[in-house]
Design a binder for this molecule. Sequence first.
Ligand SMILES: Cc1cc2nc3c(=O)[nH]c(=O)nc-3n(C[C@H](O)[C@H](O)[C@H](O)COP(=O)(O)OP(=O)(O)OC[C@H]3O[C@@H](n4cnc5c(N)ncnc54)[C@H](O)[C@@H]3O)c2cc1C
Ligand code: FES
Length: 304
Amino acid sequence: MTLESTPVPCRRQIPEAGPSRVVFNRKVGPGWLLLRLEEPAIARAAAPGSFVEVLCAVPGSYDPLLRRPFSVYDADPAAGTYDLLYIATGRGTRWMAALPELPELPEEGGSPPAHADVIGPFGNRFTPPPAGATALLVGGGVGVAPLYFFARELCASRERPAQVILCMGARAADQLQGIEEFRKLPIRSEVSTDDGSAGFHGLVTGLLEHLLDRDLKGGDPRRITIYGCGPTAMNESLRRVAIERKLWCEICVEARMACGFGICFACVVPIQKSLGGAYYNRRICLEGPVFDARLLKPGLGEHE
Ligand SMILES: Cc1cc2nc3c(=O)[nH]c(=O)nc-3n(C[C@H](O)[C@H](O)[C@H](O)COP(=O)(O)OP(=O)(O)OC[C@H]3O[C@@H](n4cnc5c(N)ncnc54)[C@H](O)[C@@H]3O)c2cc1C
Ligand code: FES
């Protein structure tokens, strides 16, 4: 891993769209749902950072036309299943929320099990940290989805980092969605809330800086790696922290997408090829969504 390197771009062929069977679709928090789907090829190919595109319409209907992207929250290649953690915010996600909660296997003459039309996985992945490193996972909102997959992978890896620390931020304690799942893993989990109702009182990047200044003070910066996924403002703060402290940092950027596989250029983000160089537009869906934070443009290209 060098300062100038960027995560490996995705050069895979566009996978075929196909039906993924709904195993369950559970409410796990206010407005939050966990959808488990079965499709062995996706479960095998998914990696932390990669995402799938869901057609949020009944098969054969293309209204809405555009698929919705979702990070893979977890995958079980042995069972052929993968999970999506999502918030029902709009038309597409409300359609997903209406998928059956626990579809029964069809009895003879009964209705068939529910399926979702899914294509993927797309995108690159988080780069595993070097041996002996401290991996800091910083997330907020639905950004926790790829971080949970990554945390599980790091815990199962034979080349585990020296320590994995989760920093999860939310507005208030009741919005720390998924924290219980992280707490089941052999990692250190820290939380922050904007209103001080749990953990560190302040932004999650404030919590990160607090840990860097206190617990990780004096550590070799080459042995500290940061991985982030969250709202643009959080990602922008992470970018600044990484540059100021000269730390390795990768961000999984979640932006509005249209085609989802590199054709329309609706999802570009300006990024340098190397530090101090010119900015080039990179497609988040094809060359991301994981990028070296220090090479991203200040503001992450928002409002350009
Ligand atoms: C790579 C990637 C991974 C993602 N992973 C997840 C995930 O794991 N879980 C999850 O819940 N969502 C995730 N999203 C966001 C998800 O795609 C949007 O929430 C979804 O497209 C909304 O569709 P909708 O039809 O329900 O909402 P719409 O009716 O299209 O929009 C409803 C509201 O959601 C906002 N919105 C729509 N798309 C996005 C987006 N891409 N980013 C931020 N806000 C958006 C709109 O501005 C609007 O306010 C991801 C997006 C990307 C690009
Ligand atoms: S969404 Fe079309 S190029 Fe990325």
